[in-house]
Design a protein around this ligand. Structure first.
Ligand code: F6P
Length: 474
């Protein structure tokens, strides 16, 4: 039995191209580490003609299987339906969705092609685990090809309530197709409940053990908050903090306190709100001027999409204004960096930072919050300021939890974090670190996969239920 992981982007290491960013890559890689399996998805390359037959690549004891997309696939499936429609809707930003039928057909076409590619190499006893919003209809396509394997789906990003989901044109065809999975996993109970309400609003009947029956199919829903490799990450941070690179950063602070933000450049991350809050902090607590440096590390993301280009300009302008207003010849309040750093370098920076500002407007989980906690020196830990709208807030009760829309409250939390006595910092940090050790990424993968085994539909059951509810075949 192999575990076949499927995601849009596959993080094949050392190929000299852009590393897959974001929490998904980190989690999937960690989950595959202890299991025999294959990670299948898009190579990151755009070819004249898309490929169906995957290229298999062996690296560091993992097998990757990748296919190329065409330019039209990239524009319609990835930039179009996935990132101009599903991404904003699932992040509660209905106002930003830009639906087109061409994008929907591109999305369906790539899902069909991914199913064709998988059909070439999956075996009957493989377990298939599909990740994220790019690939919602994939199980339906695999079932249409006669595949009876256990198939699970995990949504890494938030799930909005039904009223919002229903703004998606043809939502039944896209979100509704999730019922072809044996198990659909979400980051939080809130996300799971939102999807359960969506299904019941469409006539699904709740069964036992979080299962739902609709259109003659049964699916099970669950909350599986994604974790990190806590123990390994803590070790990495300890060593990285001693590296010349991190020491240089520490020296460059010249004794100032370090406040850190790390996010892809994405409107859901609340970067503008955060910078405004830092501005207000400098205004309301002038005693901190020239004693604090705010380092915002923000790799560019999905730059061809207009909302992403717009936010880039807005952030740059705002940072310039604040630096101009408060800066001195010897002090720049905000260091804004548009590049990504290696995992090791980041771990060292996390350990050096006195405060992490993790204040997304909406986020599935946010692994920066978890990595920041894991990276701390438990004798002298820093303080996490965390948005109530990040999935991580449901687990990290020791953080200073804020509403990112409340500028003064974020400014006050930052002041409180910087003034917090060591004893309180330790009291807050220790239980969060213990929690992350117990609920690490291995626990996440194991609990999802064992629920998938339990949820497995028995062949024949579907027919029985069709007749029970008098529903015709889907
Ligand atoms: O976590 C959500 C997600 O879309 C992942 O699927 C992806 O790895 C990450 O964000 C980065 O996004 P992209 O692949 O669009 O650059």
């Amino acid at each position: 039995m192999r575990l076949i992981i499927v995601s849009n982007r596959v993080a094949v290491p050392d190929e000299g191209k852009r590393a897959a960013p974001g929490g998904l890559a980190v989690a999937v890689k960690a989950a595959l580490k202890n299991r025999a399996g294959v990670w299948f998805g898009w190579s990151g390359d755009i070819a004249d003609a898309p490929t169906v037959e995957p290229r298999f690549i062996e690296r560091n004891r993992l097998t990757y299987a990748v296919v190329d997309l065409s330019r039209a696939d990239f524009e319609e499936y990835y930039e179009g339906l996935a990132n101009r429609v599903l991404w904003p809707i699932l992040h509660y930003r209905v106002d930003l969705q830009e639906y087109s039928r061409a994008d929907q057909s591109g999305y369906m076409r790539v899902n069909r092609r991914f199913a064709d590619s998988l059909d070439l190499f999956i075996e009957d006893d493989d377990v298939i685990w599909v990740h994220d919003y790019h690939l919602m209809p994939l199980a339906r396509e695999l079932r249409a090809r006669g595949r009876l394997n256990p198939i699970g789906f995990f949504l890494h990003i938030p799930c909005a309530p039904p009223d919002i989901l229903q703004t998606l044109p043809h939502h039944e065809d896209i979100l509704g197709s999730l019922v072809y999975y044996d198990l659909v996993g979400f980051q939080t109970e809130n996300d799971r409940d939102n999807f359960a309400h969506y299904l019941t609003s469409r006539g699904a009947k709740a069964g036992r053990g979080s299962s739902y029956w609709i259109d003659g199919r049964q699916t099970r829903l669950g909350a599986f908050p994604v974790g990190i490799e806590t123990a390994a990450y803590a070790r990495l941070a300890r060593n990285a903090a001693r590296s010349p690179f991190v020491r240089q950063i520490a020296e460059s602070l010249a004794g100032r306190r370090l406040v850190l933000g790390v996010d892809r450049l994405d409107y859901s991350k609340g970067i503008l709100h955060r910078i405004n809050a830092f501005d207000r902090f400098l205004e309301l607590y002038p005693e901190w001027r020239s004693r604090v440096t705010f380092l915002q590390i923000t790799p560019k993301s999905r730059a061809e999409i207009k909302e992403y280009a717009a936010i880039e300009n807005e952030v740059t302008t705002l940072v310039g204004k604040i630096n101009g207003r408060y800066g001195e010849a010897s002090w720049t309040p905000i260091r804004y960096v548009n590049r990504s750093y290696s995992r090791t370098a980041l771990a060292g920076i996390y350990r050096t930072a006195d405060v992490a500002l993790v204040t997304p407007l909406r986020d599935g989980m946010n692994l920066v919050a978890k990595e920041y906690i894991a990276a701390q020196d438990s004798d002298r830990p820093g303080v996490l300021v965390l948005s109530q709208f990040a999935g991580a807030a449901a687990e990290l009760g020791g953080a200073l939890v804020v509403n990112p829309h409340e500028t003064e409250a974020v400014a006050a939390a930052l002041n409180r974090a910087l003034e917090m006595p060591l004893a309180e910092r330790r009291e807050r940090h220790a239980p969060m670190f213990e929690h992350l050790l117990a609920y690490d990424v291995e626990h996440w993968a194991e609990s999802f996969l064992s629920s998938l085994r339990d949820a497995r539909q028995k062949p024949g059951l579907v027919e029985g239920l069709r007749s029970m509810f008098g529903v015709s075949a889907a």
